[in-house]
Ligand binder design. Structure first.
Ligand code: NAI
Length: 291
């Protein structure tokens, strides 16, 4: 099955990046969000990204307008009715995702593949909310989606083999590297990454080193970003909820125990880069630490 029309649900960090990837690969993309301001923001952000790519000589103006004209910004689920594939990237909450999927299924054709970009939720339980669970699959991009090569494709127990095959072929066509992962909490990368974050948070909480020192040490080892920079980049709301979900899903295995420090940041609305401050302060650039 050829995938030409792609519906993306949620125009936040991930949805806008996924829309850019699909549009660059030549698909007609409809990017949907309930929040008009997010759609405007996504459109403005893409304009900036395209201009930066032109400045760097990576694309020309014709390529810019080709990519931009492949994306339509829409404000109802109904607008996604003619999609061959939909990829959902809304808030990491199972009940909210299920509701959106049920509404979506009432509009799309029987052959439309319904995918979720969830970081940690069970694809089987998302699929169970659909009349046709065999069309449901996880397609997990990493942040930022246009730059990160890896995409995990996660079939649920209900997923039809031809759906998995189509998704793997499509994402490879989009010039990504695909790892097919089992539907277990955190899949591959987010499970491996949990101890990276939580052990760093523990070292900080025990007062053994400041978070800036921990970042400095890890970057000295060759990591592109330290764990605290990375959590600020991902967003503490997203990162904390993923840890909480993985912790609960593994029957409260202490290896995945979430951090109270991160919970406080989330409660304070200090979500990281997107809110202007997290561990670091992104507004008063002179001040070294926000926390
Ligand atoms: P975000 O908070 O940046 O964006 C979510 C968007 O969904 C917002 O624009 C919001 O208005 C919209 N939204 C909320 N409810 C909606 C609904 N009912 N219908 C349509 N739009 C709705 O979130 P982000 O970071 O893009 O994460 C989205 C998903 O991707 C989550 O499941 C997350 O776990 C996953 N993910 C996040 C990564 C990250 O680094 N931030 C990496 C990989 C996956």
């Amino acid at each position: 099955m050829d995938i030409n029309k792609v519906g993306v649900i949620g125009a936040g960090t991930m949805g806008s990046g996924i829309a850019q990837v699909a549009a660059t690969a030549g698909c007609k993309v409809k990017l949907f969000d309930v929040n008009q301001a997010q759609l405007d923001k996504a459109q403005a952000a893409l304009e900036k990204i395209m201009n930066r790519l032109i400045e760097k000589g990576r694309i020309d103006t014709a390529e810019k307008s080709r990519i931009q004209s492949n994306i339509t910004y829409v404000s109802t689920v109904k607008d996604l009715a003619d999609s061959d594939l939909t990829i959902e990237a809304i808030v990491e909450n199972l009940d909210i995702k299920k509701k959106v999927f049920q509404e979506l299924e009432s509009h799309v054709s029987d052959s439309c593949i319904i995918a979720s970009n969830t970081s940690s939720l069970s694809i089987a339980s998302i699929a169970a909310s659909l009349d046709k669970p065999e069309r449901c699959i996880g397609i997990h991009f990493f942040n930022p989606a246009p730059l990160m090569k890896l995409v995990e494709v996660i079939p649920a127990v209900q997923t039809a083999q031809n759906v998995t095959d189509t998704c793997v072929a499509t994402i490879e066509n989009w010039k990504k590297v695909v790892a097919v992962a089992k539907d277990t909490p955190g899949f591959i990368v987010n499970r491996v990454a949990r101890p990276f974050y939580s052990e760093s948070l523990r070292i900080y909480e025990e007062g053994m080193a400041s978070f800036a020192t921990i970042d400095y040490a890890l970057k000295g080892l060759g990591f592109k970003m330290g764990p605290f920079e990375l959590m600020d980049y991902i967003g503490h709301d997203v990162n904390y909820v993923v840890t909480e979900t993985v912790f609960a899903a593994f029957y409260f295995d202490p290896r995945y125990k979430p951090s109270l420090t991160q919970k406080r940041l989330m409660e304070a609305g200090w979500l990281g880069r997107k809110s202007g401050r997290g561990f670091y302060d992104y507004v008063n650039v002179d001040s070294e630490h926000a926390f």
